[in-house]
Design a protein around this ligand. Sequence first.
Ligand code: PMP
Length: 361
Amino acid sequence: MARVYNFSAGPSTLPVKVLKRAAEELVEYGTAGQSVMEMSHRSAPFEAIIGECESLLRSLMGIPDGYKVLFLQGGASTQFASIPMNLMGENGSADYFVTGEFATRAAKEAAKYGKVNVVASSKDDNFTRIPDVDAVKLDPGASYVHICENNTIYGTRFTKLPNTGNVPLVSDMSSCILSEPVDVSKYGLIYAGAQKNMAPAGLTVVIIKEELLGKALPFTPTMLNYEVQAKNDSMYNTPSTYPIYVCKLVLEWLRDDIGGLKAMSEINKRKAQKLYDYLDESSMFSSPVNKADRSIMNVPFVTGNEDLDKKFVKEADAAGFVNLKGHRSVGGMRASIYNAMPEEGIAALVAFMKDFESKNK
Ligand code: PMP
């Protein structure tokens, strides 16, 4: 069977070149005489892999000196707890933008460890928009400000960052990391579950300003303490070795085949535009999201008729366009079009949607 176009929100499609390379090296990696899966994380070849992974990430994202890169586990969801435990300080407080399901979860988890101020929420609009960041009043005394930069379920994204002054900005970039260049120096902490734009599931990347280390609450579990992880180069215990290796291959693909994050963002914008242009002209499908806040990674769309949505998802699946069913809280469909979704995949999907529309008028 041929490969399908996989629009899953995560884990999601990986570049074919990366999969082939991983397959070639699966049984014997280089001259190591063993698979990366079998390798000690303290061995020289694995030390080289994790070191290369970090330096590729640093150069692609332009991560300045003074920031640590951590390769952790537990998914972005574990970070919902790690962040307040490490950054809130005793009796501290933090400002949260509530713009979707994961931002809601992050705020709820943080409230166990300190005071959470929900400074803005788009819940009343079913999270179809991002609040105007300039109209939001932030607390200058907060330990940090948390945003979910791209909302995977609702298909919205921040196109402008809140001005947090001296308060560190913490961003969940799970579903947008590496999709376009970002100015890392504007953030105190960036985190991402890797299973969308970076690697298979099992790896969580944290990029943290060094000056934020060393402030963990006393009860912080050792494994969740950023300072411990930083001091041990993410090897306090066994890291997720194979996803780190695949992450390295993905970063090499981004550098060598795509040409870096600026080139990647141009491709991503073209892909998203092609889909949104069709959604805007179609008389069957439409986007429920406020135009100015549309994500370039996750594109929800609806017909307004549940039976027709179901028929579409079923027929699309049979035609090789898989995982298009929308999240239960939005309904309809969602196409997640991360970095590794090729432009041909979008062109083929739009052609399929046009055909479906003409046959189901
Ligand atoms: N944040 C965002 C934006 C996500 O999309 C997800 C997962 N889809 C999470 C957090 C939770 O990530 P994980 O499954 O890695 O815990």
